[in-house]
Design a protein around this ligand. Sequence first.
Ligand code: HPA
Length: 303
Amino acid sequence: MYGLPHSTTGIRGVNQGKDTGPDTGLGAELEGSRGRWLEAGWPRPEAVLVTGSGLNLDLGERVAGPWPFDELLPFDVEAIEGHAATVEVVRMRNGKLVLYCRGRLHAYQGYTAAQVVYLVRLAALLGARSLVITNAAGSLRRELQPGSIAALSDHVNLTGLNPLRGRLPASWGPQFPDLAGAYDPALRRRFIELGDAAGIPIGEGVYLGLLGPSYETPAEIRAYQALGVDLVGMSTVLEVIAARHMGLRVLGFSLITNMGVGIEEGPVDHEDVLKVGGAAAAGIARLTSDLLADHGFWHSESG
Ligand code: HPA
């Protein structure tokens, strides 16, 4: 007889024999992490915040943590330069509790999509209902200049990855979630209004998520301009897909650190990306804490 042997139980697991690897899961690990969190009596967050490159925001009173990533994650993690990697629970001015992930894992470091989104999923399983996510991005449009902030209105995922690949617990969400309106228009409007009130102009744009870690070639940047995207980066889209799958509302924004390769003279340099992040941190901290303390953020209707 040729062919694959049949399961001796007669029940074939959905993923049996497929090349789905670790992307399928971490479901059991996540349930374990949730259980340990609750057993420890740590507070349950109502929202999750993920900040990217070089952003270390001072947002309010820390009520639990900080935990280095490797204390919460059931796999090995390595630090990358310029990125903190800690998690804490912060109480905002209005009393709301936010799980603040300072730093993130990137697929370009070698993590699977399921690993990249682990903390967002943990927050969702603990009861978080919204995700605020920031990144550093290159701009493909002259109106969006380095040092400025752009709220994300949509994304194009060209990472080649998807955190929903494989079989996930049905209780987490639908297998084929709708991503129209993934970046909540009401949250985005509120964020732009808060920027106006703080004297910080906020643009809007479509974010292209790439795998990295090499920056783009000039030809790629021209191709992406023709695709109609406004911002390029190496993060965010996987977390947003996982968050929408689990029903979280999403606000994403980019700190623009450079123009896309070839749009202006000179190379794109990781140091410059981190420097712009540091310089803009105070404004972003103000905007983020205004947003997370805002009645409209917690109580507006989607759409
Ligand atoms: N390309 C990709 N990712 C980035 C860039 C860029 O120009 N700037 C910051 N992150």
